[in-house]
Design a protein around this ligand. Structure first.
Ligand SMILES: CC(C)(COP(=O)(O)OP(=O)(O)OC[C@H]1O[C@@H](n2cnc3c(N)ncnc32)[C@H](O)[C@@H]1OP(=O)(O)O)[C@@H](O)C(=O)NCCC(=O)NCCS
Length: 362
């Protein structure tokens, strides 16, 4: 029978082969990609049979289209809600422009979830999402970069873009001399000062404890449990190429919790923020601690998304802004949609496509 059906374990090798045909394997093998999809899409503790990943097969049984689906549990104004995260949409080049991609996405969007999100999308996806009633979350499609070590930043950002070759070697060659000059070039990137207060390792229990009271201040946020966070952080650690995870709880000098941050850091590279949350009304002290921790850890750059609460980052020295992957969302729930663009929500890379987008970097 041809058409769309839920992904099954027996499909994984064919899906990995299709993914390779369309996207290439990057630094991974097909077998690794098949295991990755099994781990992240089928064995996710929040995997929900009502919102499955989907394949499109021909009458002969060949898989010619695939879309990943992950369910994330949210609280919206106190009530439980489901977010479907769409990922890894690929269609066999011989079957393009016949509606296969749009049909897969439409089927996923028609599920029982309250919201559907894809936050590492490209322009092709944007067109399909718009035609199917979705929209761009503009703030989450903008990346900010705090340059910490200007010389090394060039090479580190090129690593991030996965570019190889001579330019990067040259960039690395001049990195140290430029870094040595950097303190004199304040406009480029001043070394972040040591902020008041303290940082301590953030544990899963610590994060759950903070999340248990976050509803007093936020109206839309992930409804984490121990099973999900252990799985998600194990998944981050399982891909060493993206760097080591760093998670810190930030306290004021009087011991009051100000917030926390989580990032991944490849050696001398770009620290990529996975989550930053302030428990009070002012995120700036948490950002100060983030910059200082990343500097102390040897990062060349800290990269984050322009969450509504983080607009203050834009006026800081050493910060540049660039469009990043597109964040797209669809929902019939106008309250939830409005909250996503407000300072009353927490939606981070731990909750979106990021965790399921490493297939080519294993
Ligand atoms: C992006 C991709 C999945 C699209 O797959 P596809 O099957 O060729 O797409 P469709 O045929 O459904 O859509 C193609 C076009 O028809 C339109 N379309 C066709 N049927 C449609 C329908 N029923 N509803 C809405 N739009 C439809 C689409 O908007 C699109 O418009 P365009 O031709 O002007 O660009 C495919 O090109 C691909 O695998 N690309 C490489 C991987 C990739 O970039 N994936 C996205 C990752 S973020």
């Amino acid at each position: 029978m041809s058409g769309i059906r839920p992904l099954e374990r027996r499909d994984l090798d064919d899906v990995a082969a299709l993914f390779d045909q369309v996207m290439g394997t990057g630094t991974s093998s097909r077998a690794q990609i098949a295991r990755y999809f099994e781990r992240t899409l089928l064995d996710d503790p929040w995997a929900d049979p009502d919102i499955p990943s989907l394949v499109h097969e021909t009458a002969e049984g060949s898989i010619i289209g695939f879309i990943g689906a992950s369910t994330r549990r949210l609280r919206v104004d106190g009530r439980p809600a489901r977010l479907a995260v769409s990922s890894n949409l690929v269609v066999d080049p011989d079957w393009r422009t016949r509606g296969v991609g749009a049909l897969l996405l439409r089927r996923l969007m028609a599920g029982p979830q309250d919201l559907t999100l894809a936050d590492r999308s490209n322009d092709d996806s944007l067109k399909m999402w718009r035609e199917l009633g979705g929209q761009e979350l503009v703030h989450a499609s903008v990346g900010w970069y705090r340059i910490l070590r200007p010389g090394r930043a060039v090479g580190a950002l090129m690593d991030l873009q996965e570019r190889e070759g001579l330019v990067r070697r040259v960039a690395r060659g001049v990195a140290r001399p430029i870094d040595a000059l950097a303190p004199r070039v304040r406009r480029l990137a001043a070394e972040p000062g040591e902020p008041a207060g303290t940082r301590e390792p953030l544990t899963i229990e610590g994060l759950l404890e903070q999340m248990s009271s976050i509803g007093r201040r936020l109206r839309l946020y992930p409804d984490y449990d121990e099973a999900f966070l252990s799985w998600a952080l194990d998944e981050v650690a399982a891909v060493p190429r993206i760097g080591r995870p760093v998670a810190r709880l930030v306290r004021a000098a009087n011991g009051r919790v100000l917030g926390w941050f989580v990032y991944v850091l490849p050696e001398h590279g770009v620290a990529q923020v996975l989550q930053l949350c302030a428990t009070g009304s002012d995120p700036e002290p948490v950002v100060d601690h983030l910059f200082r921790q990343a500097f102390d850890d040897g990062a060349a750059v800290v990269q984050g998304r322009l969450e509504p609460r983080l607009s203050g980052v834009l006026s800081r020295p050493g910060v540049v802004v660039r469009r990043s992957a597109r964040a797209l969302v669809a929902s019939e729930d106008s309250t939830a949609l409005a909250l996503l663009g407000s300072t009353k929500s927490l939606m981070s890379h731990l909750d979106g496509e990021w965790l399921v987008s490493m297939a080519r970097r294993l």
